[in-house]
Ligand binder design. Structure first.
Ligand code: ADP
Ligand code: F6P
Length: 324
């Protein structure tokens, strides 16, 4: 029998499209089980400041399609300290909040895991980041939308690449992971893809450029965390070595984090939101709800934080075969 009466919900770390759909799902699932819900604004920063708002069903109307997060998000240095977490605990107790759902990435889960080991308030996590870099879930909320955003942007850039016979180096996000670059690269037919998970791609890129003969329009997708360098840096090296190429650079940046979530991200967020509330009612703590083979799974925070998620490197061969 669950003792939980009031659930706090927060978004933490970088925003991702679909976070609002997840907030909506948590609120409505909790209300369905006769639990009260409190929104914690600005992630752990708001938890420390006591920036809380009650959430009713109508408060999450008309948000499933909106990017960003209605609760706001933040990165909080203070939550990394024991004193900060003690303040946060005092505020949760003061508002009779006896369980929390945190929507964020591995940093947010690290904070939640630490907090739950120190204080008697259970946390369940929902994976929300465009990077898709969390072990224990096939997809994170926001990744699919970011892929579609990148593909749309690259399609547009390719028009100019073709019209002017140019080589574009396009840098995409992903922090230390290459999921966005690899999957969007295949989806938009990139000629080469540079990702952090593979060494020695500089040579492969040179081999490709030397072998490609007179193909003059190229899209090279560069994951921001790759080992060769940022798009600007690689482009300037290539310009020196191959002066005949008309080289341009595009860093897509934060446009990848915004916009209305895709159908898949809304669906994923809705399922994970319901699963997170179910998990809390089932007395689970310090776990992430994930989505593996189209089913809900529970993964301990420790496991998702300490295990790196494998990227399928065979997909680089797929990209390579299709680029020639
Ligand atoms: P993400 O959740 O997207 O990975 P961050 O890495 O910025 O984003 O983490 C979000 C927040 O989680 C941090 O600003 C901090 O408040 C908290 N956090 C991260 N790591 C820890 C930690 N080791 N201990 C306590 N809190 C942490
Ligand atoms: O984790 C999401 C992400 O967008 C990464 O892809 C990127 O490296 C980082 O956040 C950027 O963070 P900020 O918005 O703080 O510049």
């Amino acid at each position: 029998m669950s003792m939980i009466k009031k659930v706090g919900v927060l978004t933490s770390g970088g925003d991702a499209p679909g976070m609002n759909a997840a907030i909506r799902a948590v609120v409505r699932a909790a209300l369905h089980h006769n639990l009260e819900v409190v929104g914690i604004r600005k992630g752990y920063k708001g938890m420390i400041a006591g920036d809380f708002i009650p959430l009713l069903s109508k408060d999450v109307s008309n948000i499933i399609q909106r990017g960003g997060t209605i609760l706001g998000t933040a990165r909080s240095e203070e939550f990394r300290t024991e004193e900060g977490r003690r303040k946060a605990y005092g505020n949760l107790v003061g508002h009779s909040i006896d369980a929390c759902v945190v929507i964020g990435g591995d940093g947010s889960f690290q904070g939640a895991g630490k907090f739950s080991s120190e204080f008697d308030i259970p946390f369940v996590g929902i994976p929300g980041t465009i990077d898709n870099d969390l072990y224990g879930t096939d997809y994170t909320i926001g990744y699919d939308t970011a892929l579609n955003t990148v593909v749309e942007a690259v399609d547009r850039i390719r028009d100019t690449a073709s019209a002017h016979d140019r080589m574009f180096f396009i840098e995409v996000m992903g922090r230390g992971a290459g999921f966005i670059a690899l999957h969007s690269g295949i989806a938009c037919g990139a000629e080469a893809i540079l990702i952090p998970e593979v060494d020695g791609q500089e040579e492969a890129l040179h081999d490709y450029l030397q072998a490609q003969g007179n193909k003059s329009s190229n899209i090279i997708l560069v994951a921001e965390g790759n080992n060769v360098g940022g798009a600007e840096q690689i482009a300037s090296q290539i310009s020196v070595k191959y002066p005949d190429y008309d080289v341009r650079v595009n860093v897509l940046g934060h446009m990848q984090r915004g916009g209305s979530p895709s159908a898949f991200d809304r669906f994923l967020a809705s399922r994970l939101g319901v699963a997170a509330v179910d998990a809390l009612i089932d007395n689970q703590r310090s776990i992430m709800v994930g989505f593996v083979n189209h089913d809900i799974v529970h993964v301990p925070f420790n496991k998702t934080i300490n295990t790196s998620k494998n990227l399928n490197k065979i997909l680089l061969d797929v990209a390579d075969i299709l680029a020639h």
